[in-house]
Design a protein around this ligand. Structure first.
Ligand SMILES: [Zn+2]
Ligand SMILES: [Zn+2]
Length: 364
């Protein structure tokens, strides 16, 4: 099967012909139909984060179940599924207290010692799966707790987007922040995750949603998705602009880029009692600085949001329903559809800020 593989860091992806093992007891083999290009892979390709090599990248995929292991009853061949990197063990304190996205008990869902690698080169060398998924591949062999079954009337290209970016963005609003209807919100960054957060604000009944980006084209899309106001941060200081527009700051800000400066801006634009929700991944080792006295004296909070604080087996089918009933706009988020061979070009579009979401169609 063909897969987009990272061989060196930093590096670009290479299309290799790999072998997939048979599913072991708890595993599911999926024919991948679509995969979205999410920014997180790029962090690894650019060397800001590290992963084992060689590695099949990709973590925002959807497809159709081909085969299941002997202990799998949750899905059967033919079922439509979305994969999620929040692979949960179901047994640890996080899983059992409603926070399966925080599960770090990776051993419970990995192959046992001596079980061999799920993915191999043609001459039998082990190949890693990024985020335990390896979504840029014609086949994904994953633990059954890495997938959710979805309605078959859900188009799989749209479903793929829910696998990471959409869940991360709308989940930050619904599940991390749990905003109240009428809240005044700001979202920094109008890429795939930021647009999802903007939609989350609209669906959750925000009173006002201010989109902030440096691209007027993206800000226009943000308006279509529910932003009531926009700020071009290349033209004005976004913190000052938000303070003036709102008369003292927002109830919730959402950082959807992953930079020190925008983290600090997100904190700087919340009102007394407000919460800055950090979604973007900062480069490993990066620190941020905020005026400390504001935290206690004005009860300003910083809250981290990992993958939309998801319980994805519950959340993703809800997001699918929201798409099919017209509330969640996914068609408008797809800015390009490419073949697997063109994946590096897709990442070039992302680096140049030209794409909202590019989707690999494995049937191309
Ligand atoms: Zn992602
Ligand atoms: Zn767990």
């Amino acid at each position: 099967m063909r897969a987009a593989v990272l061989h060196e860091i930093p590096g670009v992806l290479q299309i290799d012909d790999l072998k997939t093992d048979k599913p072991s007891a708890n595993e599911v083999l999926i024919q991948t139909t679509h995969a979205g290009l999410c920014h997180s892979d790029l962090h690894f390709m650019e060397g800001l984060w590290q992963t084992g090599l060689p590695c099949v990248m990709g973590h925002e995929s959807a497809g159709i179940v081909q085969a299941v292991g002997s202990d799998v009853s949750y899905v059967k061949p033919g079922d439509h599924v979305i994969s999620c990197l929040s692979v949960f063990c179901g047994q640890c304190n996080h899983c059992l207290t409603g926070h399966p996205n925080r599960c770090a008990n990776h051993n419970a869902t990995a192959r046992s010692e001596g079980g061999g690698s799920r993915i191999q080169t043609q001459d039998g060398q082990a190949v890693d799966q990024f985020a335990r998924l390896g979504g840029f591949a014609e086949e994904m062999l994953v633990h059954q707790n890495a997938i959710v079954k979805v309605r078959e009337d859900m188009p799989l290209d749209r479903a793929a987007l829910i696998g990471c970016g959409v869940t991360t963005g709308v989940g930050a609003v619904f599940k991390t922040a749990r905003i109240e209807p009428g809240s005044v919100c700001a979202v920094i960054g109008a890429g795939g995750i930021g647009l999802s957060a903007i939609q989350g604000c609209r669906i959750a009944g925000a009173g006002r949603t201010i989109a902030i980006d440096i691209s007027d084209a993206k800000l226009e899309i943000a308006r279509q998705m529910g932003a009531t106001d926009t700020i071009n941060a290349a033209e004005v200081d976004p913190v000052q602009a938000v303070m003036e527009m709102t008369g003292g700051g927002v109830d919730y800000s959402f950082e959807a880029i992953g930079r020190k400066q925008t983290y600090e801006q997100a904190f700087g634009m919340v009102a007394t009692g407000g919460t800055a929700v950090m979604i973007g991944m900062l480069p490993f080792g990066e620190t941020i600085e905020v005026p400390g006295f504001l935290i206690a004296m004005q009860e300003k909070s910083i809250k981290g949001s990992m993958m939309g604080s998801n319980a994805f087996r519950v959340d993703m089918p809800r997001y699918v329903d929201m798409y099919l009933d017209g509330r969640l706009m996914l068609d408008e988020m797809i800015s390009g559809v490419i073949a697997l061979e063109d994946i590096n070009e897709g990442y070039e579009w992302m680096k140049r800020g030209e794409a909202t979401r590019t989707v690999v169609d494995f049937n191309r």
